[in-house]
Design a protein around this ligand. Structure first.
Ligand code: ADP
Length: 741
């Protein structure tokens, strides 16, 4: 091969090579582009795939969530339904569902039970008029239907109040009735719900509250009247007395002032007791006391008013009643006094009042007693009975205004009796009278029942006793008592019969003669008895009348003693003992105690900051010749007493005083060196009269307590109790006097 050809060849080859290289480049470029395109597609596809995968995952998650949600929802629904059912079935309200035609579609068990329907199946689909016709008349059903339709039409809840007797017990209850329309999801009416809410108790409570509030307002008005009336009398009578020079008129005014003051004191005591009860602070204080003597005290208090109204008052104590019992004497007396004073107040003139006491049961010394106070008064209606034991309630405010009173006595009595584990109740007929009875627990006292009331040393079988009384009840009761105390007696219903007995069997030793008898009265009979030669006999006049009124006439015809009615065994026995000169006896119906000079030689310290109180006590005690030294507060008392303790015999100590109160003064006196200071009787004289006040006085070292306003009999009784040795004292004074002379 030539060079030329070689070079040509080389040239061709080179050209070819260049072409190939160009093609290859293009090819590579293309390939690169394709690769790039492919790469881009892959990325896109990857993204699409990813998206697809995400979608699938999300769908899966959604599907899962949905199925979970469904499961949760059904459980929740089931729970809701369960709660709803629980709620409905236990609802105290009656819930009834009706379709839009008024037919039963549901009711709560409360309704089935109250209406006595054995199962819902019996009323399901029934029109409510058909079911309800058993519970009310047509007008009532019509009213319910109209309300139901109205609620449906207005698509609004409608309420009304009705009384319905679903239980057919004759006692309708008051319901608040709500008709509420029910609609479905699309707002179309499906029926209505009837909800009955029992408001009987709420209504009753509201009525009670309204009544209580009205009673309280009435009480305030009444109280104002009750307090202002006696105040008016006190102020008015004081003015009259001051401006009059007539001594009788002054006396008359004083009697009226005394009456009005006592009445006012009663009102104040009632109010204080009631506030104690309301504050739950009323306590009982148990002591042993003589049951019959307690009743005698009650009878003495009431006798005066019984006599004023010419009423007959009889007390009958069962022989089973122990001589002494353990109870709160003061509170028991308060209940009895309240019942007796009501009986007198609400019984017209010439009516009769009887108190009976009996033992109902006894177990291990725990006795149940029943006391009844029966009167022939105005009586109480059934409706009034239920209210009387509530505070401030009076049977009829107009009658009560006429008779006076606070309307608190029975409420207080009820509370006291309940505290004695007892109860109180009334039996009454309007116009015929009432019996107020109560039972209470008390312990049998320790005193011996068999102990004779009559003095020993006399053959009582030989003593002849005649009782003359026109009242059959009194004669029988006397006979019973006489038997109980161990004497035999004959009984006569009047003077003629008595004289006949004397003529037939000779004179008796003791006569008990009623003063007021038809035909021949007690005075006349006594004269006849003396004429019949009974001048060695003892004549005892029995009467509810004040002895002072008949004493002169009675003594003229030979009556030697007086026994007040009502009769009590111990009073009769004391009277007989006294008549036969055996012992002075506790009973003292006719003798008055002479207080003149009775405490001469004694020295008393009166510690009292209020001048008028000092003045009153000094004046009242003046006749007793007691020497009184005054201190105006505790500090002064301690100083005066400390200077000469032996000079004093007794202290009356006020409690509330400036500078130093009575408690502190007592403590300081008791702490003094002198033996006498530790022993001297210190008696509180204070207006703090509740049990805890008395206990506080005793705890500070005082011996006793008298309440203010002062009852002067009580003050005298304390003086007799703590200054009993008056003879010795008088001698001491005489010795002193002789030494000085
Ligand atoms: P007060 O007598 O002070 O009004 P009470 O609580 O003792 O208060 O009595 C309440 C009411 O009960 C009296 O107002 C009266 O209406 C009635 N009441 C009480 N006792 C009798 C009774 N023996 N006879 C008729 N009504 C009575």
């Amino acid at each position: 091969m030539t060079n030329e050809s070689n070079s040509e060849k080389n040239q061709v080859t080179t050209e070819m090579k260049g072409e190939v290289e160009d093609d290859t480049c293009v090819l590579i470029e293309n390939l690169k582009r394709q690769v790039e395109t492919l790469q881009k597609s892959e990325t896109k596809l990857g993204r699409q795939l990813k998206r697809l995968q995400d979608t699938v995952e999300r769908d899966k998650a959604v599907a899962l969530t949905r199925s979970n949600l469904d499961a949760v929802l059904t459980a929740e629904q089931r729970k809701q339904e369960k709660y709803m059912r629980l709620l409905l079935e236990n609802s105290p309200d009656i819930i009834l569902l009706f379709d839009k035609d008024g037919k039963f579609s549901y009711c709560t068990d409360a309704f089935l039970q109250i209406a006595g329907i054995p199962s819902f199946g019996l009323i399901n689909g029934r029109p409510f008029q058909e079911v309800f016709k058993r519970f009310g008349d047509n007008a009532w059903i019509e009213e319910l239907l109209v309300t139901f339709l109205d609620a449906m039409e207005k698509k609004n809840s409608i309420s009304l109040e009705e009384s319905v007797d679903f239980g057919s017990s004759g006692k309708a209850r008051r319901y608040e009735i709500h008709f509420t329309p029910m609609t479905n999801e699309t707002g179309n009416l499906e029926g209505a719900m009837m909800l009955l809410h029992d408001i009987t108790d709420v209504e009753r409570a509201r009525e009670d509250a309204e009544r209580a509030s009205a009673a309280k307002s009435e009480f305030l008005a009444n109280m104002s009247h009750e307090m202002r009336t006696p105040m008016n009398a006190i102020i008015g009578m004081t003015n009259i007395a001051r401006s009059s020079s007539d001594i009788d008129k002054k006396d008359y005014c004083l009697v009226k002032i005394d009456d009005a003051s006592n009445h006012l004191l009663g009102v104040i005591n009632d109010i204080l007791d009631m506030s104690k009860i309301e504050a739950n602070k009323l306590d009982l204080s148990y002591t042993e006391f003589n049951f019959e003597k307690m009743l005698m005290k009650m009878a003495n208090v009431i006798n005066f008013r019984v006599d004023e109204k010419h009423q007959v008052f009889h007390v009958q104590i069962d022989k089973d009643i122990p001589r002494t019992i353990v109870c709160d004497e003061q509170r028991l007396s308060q209940v009895i006094a309240n019942l007796l004073s009501n009986a007198v107040k609400f019984t017209p003139e010439n009516g009769s009042i009887t108190l009976t006491a009996r033992k109902v049961s006894e177990e291990n010394d725990d006795c149940v007693f029943q006391i009844e106070v029966t009167d022939t008064g105005i009586g109480i209606t059934e409706e009034q009975k239920s209210r009387l034991f509530q505070s401030f309630a009076q049977a009829d405010s107009s009658t009560s205004r006429k008779f006076g009173g606070t309307g608190l006595g029975l409420a207080i009595s009820k509370r006291i009796v309940e505290m004695m584990n007892g109860s109180i109740w009334i039996e009454s007929e309007v116009g015929k009278g009432s019996t107020f009875a109560f039972r209470f627990h008390a312990l049998h006292g320790t005193s011996e029942q068999s102990e004779s009331l009559l003095a020993p040393g006399i053959n009582w079988d030989n003593v002849r006793v005649l009782v003359v009384d026109d009242s059959w009840e009194i004669r029988e009761y006397f006979k019973d008592i006489a038997q109980r105390i161990g004497i035999a007696c004959d009984i006569a219903s009047g003077g003629i019969e008595a004289c006949k007995y004397i003529e037939e069997t000779g004179p008796y030793d003791i006569y008990f003669i009623d003063w007021k008898m038809p035909g021949m009265d007690g005075i006349e009979l006594s004269r006849r008895i003396n004429e019949l030669g009974s001048n060695k006999s003892v004549i005892i006049m029995i009467s509810a009348t004040d002895w002072n009124l008949i004493e002169d006439k009675a003594r003229e015809v030979g009556v030697s003693k007086f026994l007040p009615k009502p009769l009590f065994a111990s009073a009769i026995a004391d009277c007989i003992n006294q008549c036969l000169g055996m012992e002075p006896g506790a009973f003292d119906g006719s003798e008055k105690q002479d207080v003149t000079d009775c405490f001469a030689g004694y020295k008393l310290m009166l510690v009292e900051d209020v001048e008028i109180n000092r003045e009153i006590l000094i004046s009242v005690l003046e006749p007793t010749a007691l020497e009184i030294v005054c201190a105006e507060n505790g500090v002064e008392a301690v100083e005066i007493f400390g200077a000469a303790p032996e000079d004093f015999d007794m202290v009356f100590m006020d409690v509330h005083m400036p500078e130093m109160d009575g408690y502190e003064a007592t403590r300081l006196i008791r702490a003094m060196e002198s033996e006498h200071a530790k022993e001297i009787p210190i008696v509180a004289m204070t207006a703090n009269v509740f049990r805890e006040d008395i206990e506080k006085c005793l705890a500070s070292g005082m011996n006793d307590h008298v309440g203010k306003p002062l009852n002067f009999d009580e003050v005298m009784q304390k003086l007799w109790q703590y200054l009993p040795d008056k003879q010795k004292k008088t001698k001491k004074t005489q010795i002193k006097l002789s030494l000085h002379s």
